[in-house]
Design a protein. Structure first.
Length: 379
């Protein structure tokens, strides 16, 4: 097979933690975006009916995917804006004078956002550190730091640097006893690992669609459960936050009863249109088979890493791992060079510092893993 074909067949594609792929993605996305363009550019008066229908389908499919009851989920541009919207909506007493607990291996953008907001909303951002020499924050350490003064805890279900999967049931059960609001970032899990907003019941969920769900950038979501939803007053609001978006009396703004209160101005639709084919594809799959495939290839990577003396930066126990296997290179090894060598063999991975991230997904094959072994052997 030519190099061009290898890159196209996805056999050596290990970037599902970044951008997910499924067979036929390019064609289906192009068709969906072309349909959107045709509908948007038609000289009639139904453009918004068509466009908002596309957005609603995106919301409905996402709601089904994570078990969110109707009216508790809306779109956001990305995970950071979803969290920003949520924080700006919480009753003041949930934040002022309280701690907002987060683990040090959260996605950095969440931390950048929260550290910038802490002064204004009067909370202390408390970051549970990764222990020296380790690659993820232990659940035990989160639990120890999670005392009654925690107003909100943001849990990262699966981390982006170690693919550590926390014990969500245990953390949520603990947080409930502390009376905290509990949110979860499911970006690195959704589409691969089962997740249901009711089991265990969380107060809010943030994510986006481009990773294991294989969709496009710009297609984030915010889910807010009752009874929290009813008391949220989003600071970022606009005409689309209202039950009746055409209520334009300047003195009579009123929030929609449901998650639409988290909308603001005219919503972005193109990312929803571009993402629907992937969501539809995913809904047709046997999700346990997708996970089984990932688990099998992940085990092969772990064995190769062990055989060639690479140090694992992800949990060995797959019950504690998401879909990725991270390898920690020694300080004197050049991660950039290794990623480039992999690419020469049509193996696509990336690195964060000395951590090589390998995420075998739906199109990755045993043969791709074989090529990976060949390169790692000589590395
Ligand atoms: C756990 C996690 N959260 C969030 C994000 C992305 O956040 P945003 O959509 O704000 O860029 C990523 C991206 O890799 C991630 O891994």
């Amino acid at each position: 097979m030519s190099a061009q074909n290898k890159a196209m067949d996805g056999s050596g594609y290990f970037l599902y933690h970044s951008i997910g792929m499924y067979p036929g993605k390019a064609v289906e996305m192009a068709e969906a975006l072309s349909d959107f363009s045709t509908g948007w550019a038609r000289c009639d008066n139904e453009q918004w009916v068509r466009a908002l229908g596309v957005r609603q389908e995106f919301i409905d499919r996402w709601s089904t995917l994570i078990g969110a009851p109707a009216g508790t989920l809306t779109t956001s541009e990305n995970v950071t804006t979803a969290l920003n919207s949520l924080i700006g909506a919480l009753p003041a007493e949930r934040l002022r004078g309280r701690r907002l607990l987060i683990a040090g291996d959260c996605f950095p953008s969440m931390h950048f956002l929260l550290s910038g907001l802490s002064e204004r909303y009067g909370f202390v951002l408390d970051t549970v550190p990764v222990r020296p020499g380790e690659h993820w924050v232990r659940d035990d350490d989160v639990i120890e730091a999670w005392t009654d003064d925690v107003g909100v805890c943001l849990i990262t279900y699966v981390t982006s640097t170690a693919s550590h999967r926390c014990d969500l049931g245990r953390l949520v059960a603990h947080g409930r006893k502390r009376g905290s609001l509990i949110g979860v970032d499911v970006t690195q899990a959704v589409g691969l690992l089962p997740f249901d907003v009711m089991r265990p019941a969380v107060d809010f969920t943030i994510s986006t669609s481009l990773k294991w769900l294989c969709a496009t950038p710009g297609a984030g979501i915010l889910h807010v459960a009752e009874p929290l939803l009813a008391v949220c007053r989003p600071e970022l609001r606009g005409w689309f936050s209202q039950g009746n978006i055409f209520s334009w009396d300047l003195d009579r703004f009123s929030y929609a009863r449901d998650a639409r209160r988290f909308d603001n101005g005219t919503p972005s639709i193109i990312a929803c249109a571009g993402s629907l084919p992937a969501l539809k594809w995913h809904a047709r799959q046997d999700t346990s088979a997708l996970l089984t495939h990932n688990r099998k290839l992940s085990r092969m990577i772990v064995e190769i890493a062990q055989e060639f003396g690479f140090s694992l930066a992800s949990p060995l126990d797959e019950a504690e791992r998401g879909g990725s296997v991270m390898l920690a290179l020694p300080e004197d090894r050049d991660a950039v060079e290794l990623v480039a060598r992999l690419a020469q063999a049509d193996l696509y991975a990336d690195h964060r510092g000395q951590i090589i991230r390998l995420s075998p997904g739906f199109m990755t094959t045993d043969e791709g893993i074989g090529r990976l072994a060949d390169v790692l052997k000589t590395a």
